[in-house]
Design a binder for this molecule. Structure first.
Ligand code: UDP
Length: 237
């Protein structure tokens, strides 16, 4: 079996790391993701990971607590760094080298994001985990995933979600929701489908970067997707 993609950017949400918990990092989930990432790396696939922070803090929820949006977003970005470090640790315990690069500079903890360095790490077989999103408030880690995917010349951005792809309506609420195997960027935007935020979608659309939306909670799905099995929904031109 040959892989369909050589270099991928995997977006994992912070919430996926929670598992059954209400907050924080579940060791079961982080190990499940780490094992799959290590499997890819061992097969020679170059893997960049953007990790969210919703399991710890989101800028918007900070507003409800009276925290200014920009401060809340800074807190949210720091939350993604916590997740990035945890993921780095679990992956390295499984024997694969990693680097964390951050969009906000925290040089005693991780490298700053430098495209050329990131590419070099990937070429050497290291998994590169991108923390602190884009480094800017008012963005999300989905946009960071699209941005980093382009910067590292990834073949695809693989967005892990809780459902198996994109549906015409919420499958949790409607039993007759229809799943798309492929869909265009314009359809996603026109129908207001909640896939990634519009900034992320437009970035991918403008630069012709395919997006795969898939269920990351199913163990084994990441490898299946990389090897071209039809899972989830692919967003293309
Ligand atoms: N965030 C930000 N700029 C970015 C990426 C993230 O300000 O480029 C902040 C924002 O407050 C966001 C939080 O970090 O709510 C956590 O990221 P996100 O909500 O995307 O995480 P996920 O939903 O994937 O867990």
């Amino acid at each position: 079996m040959t892989p369909k993609y050589k270099r991928v950017l995997l977006k994992l949400s912070g919430e996926a790391l929670m598992g059954e918990q209400e907050y924080g990092i579940s060791s079961h989930m982080i190990n499940m993701f780490s094992r799959q990432i290590v499997e890819l790396a061992d097969l020679g696939i170059e893997v960049g990971v953007v990790i969210g922070g919703g399991n710890i803090f989101r800028g918007l929820s900070g507003e409800e607590q009276g925290i200014d949006r920009v401060t809340g977003d800074h807190m949210g970005m720091l939350a993604t760094v916590i997740n990035a470090l945890a993921l780095q640790n679990t992956i390295e315990k499984l024997g694969v080298q990693t680097r964390v690069q951050t969009g906000l500079e925290i040089p005693k903890v991780a490298e700053p994001f430098i495209k050329r360095k990131a590419q070099r790490h990937l070429e050497k077989g290291r998994v590169v985990i991108f923390g602190a999103g884009t480094g800017n408030p008012y963005f999300t880690t989905d946009t960071a995933a699209a941005l980093r995917a382009m910067e590292i010349d990834a073949d695809i951005v693989m967005k892990g979600t809780k459902v198996d792809g994109i549906f015409d309506k919420d499958p949790a609420k409607y039993a007759d929701a229809k799943k798309y195997d492929t869909i265009t960027y314009s359809e996603v935007i026109a129908q207001g489908l909640k896939v990634m935020d519009t900034a992320a979608i437009s970035l991918c659309m403008d630069n012709d970067l395919p997006i795969l939306v898939f269920d990351s909670l199913v163990d084994g799905n990441i490898k299946k997707a990389v090897f071209g099995e039809v899972i989830g929904t692919t967003v293309v031109k």
